[in-house]
Design a protein around this ligand. Structure first.
Ligand SMILES: [Zn+2]
Length: 987
C-alpha cells in the first residue's frame, strides 16, 4: 500500500514542477491582463495597488467571470492543486448539472492518507492528501460511459472490472473533464449490461484546503502555545467532490468502507466506529479501518484527523455517544453538558418518532474553525466550538441554551435528512424545516423550564420580515448549479419551513402528525423523498384519524405554502350589531408601493389558511383548536360570533404562518385589555399583537402609532416572550431615527420608561434561577446601559475596575454588557486596555466577546481600527471576521464605515467566503439593514455597478436594496408623527 502511494508521489513532484512553470506564466498573464482590465473596470483591478494585490484582485475578478476569460479559468480552481486534464477530448456541453441516471453507486471503498501539517513536517506534501477509491456501481440503464464528480483533484485510473461482465473495457485511461460542472467521465468500448455491477478504482491527490469547507485544515494552540493542526470535512452541499471522486448528489446513496492512514500522534474519526488499527511499513504511521456504513448521501460523509481527546457515555438504548475536541477543553469538562444533552435527545427522538437511531455510535466533535453552527454528518456531527462546548463558570445561560439547541437540531437531522433525505436540493427545506421544528421538541424535552416551544414564534420574526419582501422566494424552488444550491440555506428554508411544519402539527394535531411522520420515515428510510411523499403520509393519517376533513387534501393545502413565496394577512371586520365577523385574506407585502398590488399575480396569491380565534368572554388559547378553513376561492368568509362586548383574537398561539389585522374598534378593545390585565391574553398572542402592529404599521396597513400605543403596556409586562417581539419593532424605530439626535434622545427615554419596572425588579441580581427571567434581565440591563442609564454605567464600571485591578471575575451573564458599556462610555486608554486583554487571552469565546464589545465605541477612528483588525487572522479567526464587521455596521457611527469596508474588500470577501452558505449573504444583510437615506441608495447603486459579480450574496443584496428603500419610505412617512407622539407622551 505504501509503495503504491510513494510511486504516485514521484509523479506528483513532476506535476508540481510543471505547475510552478504554469503558475509563473499565468502570473505574468494576470498582471498583463490585470493592467488592461484596470483601465476598463476601475475598482475591480485597482492600479494603485501593488502588484501582488493587483494579481490577487484580478484573479478574483477573472475567476468569477470565467465566460469572458476562458484561458484563465483553466487555472482558476487553484494555483497549486489543479492538475489539467490529461485529455485532448472536447469537454461535454450538456446543459444540466445533474448526473445521468444510468449508473447508480452501491459502495465506496475509500482510503485516505492526509499530511496534516506544515512544510517543516511534510515538505512538499504539507497539507496535501492522497487516496484511493473503489467505486462499485450498478448499470441501471445501458450506457457507454460512467460519469461522476470531482473538483480540484488529480485523478489516475487504477483498474476497472466486473465479475459478471469481465470483457467490458474502458477505452482510454485518461478521463474527460467538464470543469464547469465538476464532471469527470470514462468511456466503455460498448454499453454496460443492465443490472450488472462494475467497479472502478481511482487514485487521487488533493490539497487540505485553507478554507472552511471540503477537506480543510484547522488548528489550535495548547497551554504551552504549541500549535496543533487537524483536518476535517464539511461536505454539504457539494464539497465531497473536492475530497474524493464520487457521485455527489443526495439521491445517489451508497455504503462506505473507510480507511484512514494517519500519523501515530493523531486520532482519526469517521461516520462509523473504528474497527481496528494496523501498522504500516512506516513505524510512525498506522491505518485505521472503519466499519462499513449504512447507505448514505455523499454530503453526510465525514472524517477527522486530530490530536483530540474524548469522553463517552451510553444511552439507555445502548448507543455510544462521544464528545471530542481540544484536549484542554475536554479535560476541563467543557464537553460534558453537550454529551449529556446528546445522549438524552437521541433516545427521545427514537421514542417520539418510533424509529430507532440506526448507527452504533454518535460522535459530537468541536472544531476550532467552523463556518456554520454545526454539520449533521451521520454519526460524526461537527460543531463550531461555541455550539458544543459549555463551561458553567465562564459561559452564559445563552451559551448553554445554544449548545442544547444546536445539538438538538443536528440530532434531529439524523432522522430528517440523514435517514430520509430530500431527493434533490429544491426540497432542502424538508431537511432544514424539519430539523428546525423538531429541535424544539428535543430541547424542550431536556429543558421544559426554558419554555422554548412558546418562544418558537418570536424566534422566527426575521423570517416573517424576509418573506414579506417582494424579493423573497418560495420554500421549494428549482435549483441547479452549486451556487444556487448554496443560496438556499436561508431563513426561508429554515424558519418558514419549520413554521409551516408547526402549522401542520397544530391543524392535524400532534397525535396525527407524529403517526404520519413515523409512516413517512419508515417508508423512505435509507432512501429519498419529495415534499409530496410527506403530504401523502400526513393526509392518509389525517383522514384516518378524522383530524383532516376528507374533502381536504394535504397537498392542495400545503402547495399554497411551499410553492409560492410570501404569506397572507387575514383582515377581521366585525359587525357589532349583527354578531358576525367577516374574514378576508391578502398577500402581506411590507412595501405599500409594491409593484404587484394591481396585477393578476397579486390576485392569485391566496392560501389555504387554518384560521383559529377566541373571544374575551371565554378565552381559550389551545394550540390544537380546530380551524375554520379560509380557501383561496373564497373572497370573504362570514362567521357568527357570540354576542360580545369584548375583543376577538385570531391565530391562537400563532400556530398559523399569517398575520391578523382588525377593525379599529377591536384594536382599541385589545389595547384596553392589555392595559387593564394583559395576563388574560396568552403570552404568545401578546407577542403576536406587538409584532403584527409593528409590521402592519411598517406596511402602512395600519398606523405605526398603534404599535407605540400598545407598547406602553409593557411597563407592566414581566414575560420575556412579549418583550422579544417588542424589541424587534422598538429597535427598528431606534435604528431609523438615530441620525436625528433630539428625537432619538426622546425616543430612548420612552424606551427606557417601559424597561424601568423590570430593571428595578430584576436589577443585576445574581440569584435568579429562571432562564427566561435571566434572559429578560440581560436584555433589560443591556439596553439600559446602551441608552446611557447612569446606574447601569456605574455598575458596569464597578465590575470592570474590580476585574482589571484585582482579577475578580465579572459574572458570566454580564461580561458582554460590561465590556460594551466600557467600550462605549470609557476613554481611549480603557479601550486599548481591553484590546490588549483580548489579544492575550487563549479563550476564543472571551476574545471574540471583547472584540465585539469594542465595536460599541463612539470613536470613529477606533471603529476604523477594529475593522482593519477584523481582517487580521492572527487576531480574529476567519469564521468570526464577518460578525465583527456586521457589529461595526450596527453601531450608528460605523454604519457607512462598514459599508465602505466591504466595498473595498469585496473581491477578497468573495474569494474567502464566496462558496459558503450564510456568511456573505448575512454580512450584506447586516451591513445594509439600517441604511435609510437617498445618499445610501445612490451608494448601493454604485456598489452594484462596481461589483457586477455579487456571487452567492446576489439574493441578499436584492433583498437589502428593497429593505433600504422601504426604510427611506418609512422615515418620510413616520418621522414627523413619531416625534409629535413622543412630545404628546411627555418625552
Ligand atoms: Zn440543519
Amino acid at each position: 500500500m505504501m509503495t503504491r502511494l510513494l510511486n504516485s508521489n514521484d509523479q506528483n513532484k513532476i506535476q508540481i514542477g510543471k505547475r510552478i512553470l504554469i503558475i509563473t506564466i499565468l502570473v505574468f498573464i494576470v498582471i498583463l491582463v490585470g493592467s488592461i482590465l484596470a483601465t476598463y473596470f476601475g475598482k475591480s483591478c485597482n492600479t494603485e495597488l501593488d502588484e501582488k494585490e493587483l494579481t490577487r484582485q484580478c484573479k478574483a475578478y477573472l475567476c468569477k467571470n470565467e465566460d469572458l476569460f476562458d484561458i484563465w479559468h483553466q487555472s482558476c480552481p487553484s494555483t497549486t492543486t489543479t492538475v489539467k486534464p490529461d485529455t485532448t477530448t472536447t469537454p461535454q456541453t450538456s446543459d444540466t448539472f445533474r448526473l445521468p441516471e444510468h449508473i447508480k453507486p452501491i459502495h465506496y471503498d475509500l482510503e485516505i492518507k492526509p499530511y496534516v501539517g506544515p512544510k517543516e513536517l511534510y515538505g512538499d506534501k504539507a497539507f496535501s492528501f492522497e487516496g484511493q477509491i473503489e467505486m462499485e456501481f450498478l448499470c441501471a440503464k445501458p450506457t457507454n460511459k460512467v460519469m461522476f464528480h470531482q473538483k480540484e483533484l488529480k485523478l489516475t485510473l487504477v483498474k476497472f472490472k466486473s465479475e459478471q461482465d469481465p470483457d467490458l473495457k474502458i477505452t482510454n485511461p485518461n478521463f474527460e473533464f467538464d470543469y464547469k460542472k465538476d464532471f469527470v467521465s470514462a468511456y466503455f468500448d460498448r454499453d454496460c449490461k443492465e443490472n450488472v455491477n462494475y467497479s472502478l478504482t481511482v487514485k487521487f491527490e488533493g490539497v487540505i484546503l485553507d478554507k472552511l469547507y471540503g477537506f480543510y485544515r484547522s488548528s489550535f494552540l495548547d497551554k504551552q502555545q504549541q500549535r496543533h493542526y487537524l483536518a476535517v470535512t464539511k461536505f454539504e452541499p457539494t464539497y465531497a467532490r473536492r475530497a474524493f471522486p464520487c457521485f455527489d448528489e443526495p439521491a445517489m446513496k451508497a455504503e462506505y468502507t473507510m480507511r484512514i492512514i494517519r500519523p501515530k500522534t493523531h486520532k482519526s474519526y469517521a461516520n462509523n466506529p473504528l474497527e481496528r488499527t494496523e501498522p504500516t511499513n512506516d513505524p510512525n504511521w498506522v491505518v485505521d479501518h472503519f466499519n462499513r456504513t449504512v447507505p448514505m448521501s455523499t454530503y453526510l460523509v465525514a472524517y477527522l484527523i486530530a490530536e483530540f481527546d474524548s469522553k463517552f457515555t451510553t444511552t439507555s438504548k445502548g448507543i455510544e455517544v462521544e464528545v471530542s475536541g481540544r484536549p484542554e477543553a475536554i479535560q476541563n469538562g467543557d464537553g460534558d453538558f453537550g454529551l449529556e444533552e446528546a445522549a438524552h435527545i437521541l433516545d427521545f427522538y427514537a421514542d417520539y418518532f418510533n424509529v430507532p437511531y440506526p448507527l452504533p455510535k454518535s460522535t459530537q466533535t468541536a472544531i476550532p474553525d467552523f463556518n456554520s453552527g454545526a454539520m449533521e454528518n451521520w454519526g460524526l456531527v461537527t460543531y463550531r466550538e461555541t455550539s458544543l462546548l459549555y463551561n458553567n463558570k465562564t459561559d452564559t445561560i445563552a451559551n448553554k441554551r445554544r449548545v442544547s439547541k444546536v445539538v438538538s437540531h443536528e440530532l434531529a437531522h439524523q432522522w430528517f435528512g440523514n435517514l430520509c433525505t430530500m431527493l434533490w436540493w429544491n426540497d432542502l427545506w424538508l431537511n432544514e424545516g424539519f430539523a428546525s421544528w423538531v429541535e424544539y421538541l428535543g430541547y424542550n424535552y431536556t429543558h421544559p423550564e426554558w419554555r422554548d416551544l412558546d418562544f418558537f414564534f418570536v424566534n422566527q420574526l426575521s423570517t416573517f420580515i424576509q418573506d414579506s419582501l417582494e424579493s423573497s422566494h418560495p420554500i421549494s424552488v428549482e435549483v441547479n448549479d452549486p451556487n444556487e444550491i448554496t443560496s438556499l440555506f436561508d431563513g426561508i428554508s429554515y424558519g418558514k419551513g419549520a413554521s409551516i411544519i408547526r402549522m401542520m402539527n397544530a391543524f392535524l394535531t400532534e397525535y396525527t402528525f407524529k403517526r404520519g411522520v413515523t409512516n413517512y420515515l419508515n417508508k423512505y428510510q435509507f432512501s429519498n423523498a419529495e415534499q409530496d411523499n410527506l403530504w401523502e403520509e400526513l393526509e392518509k393519517q389525517g383522514h384516518a384519524d378524522g383530524t383532516l376533513d376528507r374533502s381536504l387534501s394535504a397537498k392542495t393545502i400545503m402547495d399554497t405554502w411551499t410553492l409560492r413565496k410570501g404569506y397572507p394577512v387575514v383582515t377581521v371586520i366585525r359587525d357589532y350589531t349583527n354578531n358576525k365577523m367577516s374574514l378576508k385574506q391578502n398577500w402581506f407585502l411590507l412595501n405599500p408601493n409594491n409593484s404587484v398590488q394591481y396585477t393578476d399575480e397579486y390576485a392569485k396569491y391566496r392560501w389555504y389558511i387554518p384560521f383559529t380565534f377566541t373571544q374575551k368572554e371565554n378565552p381559550n388559547f389551545d394550540f390544537e383548536t380546530r380551524p375554520i378553513w379560509l380557501k383561496p376561492e373564497d373572497l370573504e368568509t362570514k362567521i357568527d360570533v357570540s354576542n360580545s362586548d369584548g375583543w376577538i383574537i385570531g391565530n391562537l398561539k400563532h400556530s398559523g404562518f399569517y398575520r391578523v389585522n382588525y377593525d379599529t374598534e377591536n384594536w382599541q378593545r385589545l389595547i384596553k385589555q392589555l392595559e387593564d390585565d394583559h395576563t388574560v391574553i396568552d403570552p404568545i398572542n401578546r407577542a403576536q399583537i406587538l409584532d403584527d402592529t409593528y409590521n402592519l404599521g411598517r406596511a402602512e396597513v395600519t398606523d405605526q402609532l398603534i404599535f407605540l400605543n400598545i407598547s406602553k403596556y409593557l411597563k407592566n409586562e414581566s414575560d420575556g416572550l412579549a418583550f422579544t417581539a417588542a424589541f424587534n419593532g422598538l429597535d427598528y424605530i431606534n435604528n431609523m431615527i438615530e441620525s436625528e439626535y433630539f428625537v432619538s434622545t426622546s425616543y430612548k427615554n420612552f424606551y427606557m420608561s417601559i424597561l424601568e419596572t423590570n430593571y428595578r425588579r430584576l436589577d443585576w441580581n445574581l440569584d435568579l434561577d429562571d432562564a427566561n427571567e435571566i434572559n429578560l434581565q440581560i436584555s433589560t440591563v443591556y439596553l439600559m446601559c446602551k441608552f446611557g442609564n447612569k446606574d447601569c454605567i456605574a455598575k458596569s464600571w464597578e465590575y470592570y475596575e474590580k476585574w482589571v485591578s484585582s482579577g475578580q471575575a465579572i459574572p458570566a451573564n454580564f461580561k458582554g454588557i460590561v465590556y460594551q458599556t466600557i467600550a462605549k462610555f470609557g476613554n481611549d486608554s480603557t479601550w486599548f486596555q481591553m484590546l490588549e486583554i483580548a489579544k492575550k487571552t487563549s479563550d476564543n469565546t472571551e476574545k471574540l466577546r471583547i472584540l465585539r464589545a469594542l465595536t460599541s465605541t463612539q470613536n470613529y477612528n477606533l471603529l476604523k481600527y477594529i475593522l482593519s483588525l477584523s481582517y487580521d487572522e492572527s487576531v480574529v479567526r476567519r469564521q468570526d471576521m464577518t460578525a465583527l464587521i456586521a457589529d461595526v455596521a450596527s453601531n450608528f457611527i460605523g454604519r457607512r464605515l462598514a459599508f465602505d469596508f466591504i466595498d473595498q474588500k469585496w473581491d477578497d470577501l468573495l474569494m474567502k467566503f464566496g462558496d459558503i452558505s450564510f456568511t456573505l449573504a448575512n454580512l450584506v444583510k447586516n451591513v445594509l439593514a439600517n441604511m435609510n437615506t437617498e445618499f445610501d441608495m445612490k451608494n448601493l447603486d454604485l456598489f452594484q455597478k462596481q461589483h457586477p459579480n455579487l456571487g452567492i450574496a446576489s439574493n441578499a443584496f436584492k433583498e437589502s436594496l428593497e429593505t433600504v428603500s422601504l426604510n427611506k419610505r418609512w422615515m418620510d412617512k413616520y418621522f414627523e408623527s413619531i416625534s409629535q407622539w413622543l412630545k404628546n407622551n411627555g418625552f
